[in-house]
Design a protein around this ligand. Structure first.
Ligand code: HAM
Length: 421
């Protein structure tokens, strides 16, 4: 196909990516490693729909967040419902808990999830419109120890995946008791610099001043360095929680940096927030983010149960990870002639039932050509079946690394395969 023909054919949507067969093993391995780790900490997998009522994210993720104001894939369905492809997972889990009254079950309420998320952001390396997250959420655990345990579990995950150069940033964003008076201080300070701030920041002064710290404009960032910090305005309860959180991290020998400007891009956080970055990534270096959200369940009309958790971007994780593919030994069955093909098909059925991965290619090729294919594809051993083998009920078993070929009876083949020579 020529380049111009290729351009005319239907292409994938901007900001989305195919995960091709030679990459899938990494996704599977990552899910296996993460799932095993989380289960050891008492987490269980949950799965919820990819689309939800738009209102869920407006209320949960927050009406002033970039996600809700600019990035949601929202549409009206044929039944006139306002639907959104989930941009994040946290509100969906909270909805599911309330809907199924999971909070009435025997604790712990600890869940994890893998799946696609959708955000209409500007695509670039490490930033996609359909991307994937590993998400972890805990409910009804107020103690700062669980926030610290989450950070520990997240760190363990990155270590197990071979991610290097990890930096952990932590902060507290206060609660509904201390944030209003902090907002006043912040507004006052930002108001004085109003003329030099970008249009977006000027709007944030009135809507959600905490977001001022999120601005990517260099001049706004410089100005915000002079703004008052939330950590100097925490109420006693939030201060105690934050100090306890940091003390637990110290006890667990986890290195972190207190970053008082870390407000995170979502509106629901209360008290603890944290983010992991990796020097192994480029500009989009935030690999993992999370924190506590004590009011969401109540705001959704559910019980007054607190929540805390984190999410990791799988694409970013995989580009920073160092994973090794498990080598599987598999068999190539080379046949010559119609009868040999049938014998090969039957033999393959038996071997597959025993757990062997077998490949027969249904194309007329000489035995030599088939051996060449087996070598190219990386088969460990080849079973050769020609006219002579059909007559005798025996096959040739060739070891591709030693080149050794043995004559084996069909009945003894499974046993011979289990002896690694
Ligand atoms: P978030 O910081 O918005 O948090 O996203 C978490 C991670 O998802 C990021 O650190 C990043 O690795 C990845 N990510 C986000 N946007 C993109 C994108 N456009 N392309 C590729 N990767 C992306 C949340 O989503 C919260 N729900 C985390 C949480 C769970 N907080 C409490 N519980």
């Amino acid at each position: 196909m020529s380049e111009s023909e290729r351009k005319k054919s239907i292409q994938s949507i901007k900001g989305t990516k195919d995960i091709l067969p030679d990459e899938v093993w990494m996704w599977q391995k990552l899910e296996e490693i993460a799932g095993n780790l989380f289960e050891r900490y008492g987490y269980r997998q949950i799965r919820t729909p990819v689309f939800e009522a738009t209102e869920l994210f407006e209320k949960g993720t927050g009406e002033t967040s970039d996600i809700v104001t600019k990035e949601m894939y929202s549409f009206r369905d044929k039944g006139g419902r306002d639907i959104t492809l989930r941009p994040e997972y946290t509100p969906s889990v909270v909805r599911s808990i309330i809907e199924h009254r999971l909070h009435l079950r025997t604790p712990p309420l600890r869940f994890y999830y893998f799946g696609p998320m959708f955000r209409y952001d500007k695509p670039q390396k490490g930033r996609y419109r359909q991307f994937h997250q590993i998400d972890v959420e805990v409910f009804n655990e107020k103690d700062a120890a669980i926030d610290a345990e989450l950070v520990e579990m997240a760190q363990q995950l990155l270590i197990r995946l071979g991610v290097k150069d990890i930096h952990i940033l932590v902060n507290s964003v206060g609660c509904t008791a201390c944030r209003p008076s902090y907002h006043q201080h912040l507004r006052k300070s930002a108001d004085q610099a109003r003329e030099n701030l970008c249009k977006d920041c000027r709007r944030k002064i009135d809507t959600n001043p905490l977001r001022l710290f999120d601005c990517k404009e260099e001049s706004c960032r410089k100005i915000s360095e002079g703004f008052p910090l939330i950590t100097d305005h925490l109420c006693q309860e939030c201060r105690d929680h934050f100090l306890a959180f940091c003390a637990y991290l110290d006890e667990l020998s986890i290195s972190y940096l207190v970053e008082s400007r870390l407000v995170r891009g979502l509106d629901y956080y209360t008290k603890t927030t944290f983010e992991f970055t990796s020097g192994a990534l480029g500009a989009q270096d935030a690999i993992l983010g999370g924190g506590r959200y004590d009011d969401m369940m109540k705001q959704f009309g559910g019980p007054d149960i607190c929540g805390t958790g984190f999410a990791v971007g799988i694409e970013r994780l995989l580009s920073a990870a160092s994973l090794e593919e498990n080598k599987r030994e598999w068999l190539y069955i080379a046949t010559l002639g119609a009868e040999a093909r049938i014998m090969g098909m039957k033999l393959a059925r038996e071997l597959r039932a025993e757990g062997w991965e077998c490949l027969i290619e249904y194309r007329e090729r000489s035995l030599n050509k088939q051996l060449g294919r087996a070598h190219k594809l990386g088969a460990g051993r080849v079973v050769l079946i020609g006219d002579e083998e059909v007559r005798s009920g025996r096959v040739q078993l060739k070891n591709m690394s030693s080149g050794q070929q043995t004559d084996v009876s069909v009945l003894g083949l499974a046993e011979a395969l289990n002896v690694s020579d």
